[in-house]
Write a protein that binds this ligand. Structure first.
Ligand code: GUN
Length: 286
């Protein structure tokens, strides 16, 4: 193996220690940070994510509210619940877990969250703020990847970066953060012709498609930084990413493993966004 591993677990621990300290300081001033997580239905993966988010709140001194609502909840009832949370002064962050059941318009629900509590950074106001280089909340997964670059000294200004995937949750905000940092960014997707021609010219490749073994060693420039956002299962049911880790680790300079790479950073950055929101509220009240 030639690549150095980017350790998302160690970096998460470091950031969470800082978050816990800031949470204690805010609580002492009467502004305990609070996160509300809303889960509609019984999607098994979502249940695990939500449980982990609530546990992270408990472990770091946050107030948390967890709404587990039935799959047949009406859109109107969900909008009403979001409105209550918007007005709850103990809540600094609201996260409605996606995907939502088909009868609910996810876009409408996201737009109903007060932008100053939208710790996912999915509201159009926050997406626009990010696009214009004035982010209020950066979406958690791309924000976590940026923290990894910072921690491992990856130079972004002038770097050629390829983002594979164009979702609103990861691909598009990731590209924006890189653009804002001065990288030259290409966004590829599953239909891109000759993707290797793009990735072989890249100093940084970020794979976020949900397609196993999408990025192979022959597609990576020697010494490149490779970030794997994928969360898939292999034929034996083991968690794996979008990158052919065993092959790519022999070519890359830096690489994230799955598990233990980007995954732990996502919840950590949710805590960071929530504490930032609580700190803004506390200083506005001071
Ligand atoms: N579903 C998968 N990832 C996410 C996320 O980051 N936020 C929300 N709200 N739902 C998700």
């Amino acid at each position: 193996m030639t690549a150095q591993l980017i350790d998302g677990i160690a970096l998460s621990k470091q950031i969470r220690a800082d978050v816990a300290q800031r949470a204690a300081a805010l609580t002492a001033r009467g502004h305990q940070p609070g996160l509300a997580v809303v889960l509609v239905g019984e999607n098994p993966a979502s249940q695990v994510y939500v449980r982990n988010k609530i546990k992270a709140c408990e472990d770091n001194g946050f107030h948390s509210i967890c709404d587990r609502l039935p799959a047949d909840l009406t859109e109107e009832a969900l909008l009403q619940r979001v409105d209550e949370l918007n007005r709850d002064p103990k809540v600094h962050g609201i996260l409605v877990q996606l995907p939502l059941p088909k009868h609910i318009d996810a876009h409408k629900v996201i737009e109903s969250i007060a932008p100053e509590k939208d710790v996912d950074g999915f509201h159009i106001a926050n997406a626009g703020a990010l696009m214009t280089g004035q982010p209020l909340f950066r979406p958690c997964t791309p924000y976590g990847v940026m923290k990894m670059f910072e921690a491992y000294g990856v130079e972004l200004a002038g770097a050629n970066a390829v983002v594979i995937g164009r979702s609103n949750i990861v691909g598009k905000p990731m590209a924006m953060l890189l653009v804002n940092a001065g990288a030259t960014v290409t966004i590829c997707n599953s239909k891109t012709r000759d993707m290797g021609a793009f990735t072989r010219a890249a100093d940084i490749v970020i794979a976020a498609t949900g397609q196993r073994n999408l990025l192979t060693a022959d597609m990576v420039k020697p010494g490149a930084t490779v970030i794997d956002v994928g969360m898939n299962r292999n034929d034996e049911g083991k968690l794996c990413g979008d990158v052919d880790f065993d092959g790519v680790k022999e070519v890359a300079g830096l690489i994230t493993p799955v598990p233990g790479g980007v995954g732990p950073m996502t919840i950590t950055m949710l805590l960071v966004n929530t504490i930032e929101s609580a700190e803004r509220t506390a200083s506005a009240a001071a």
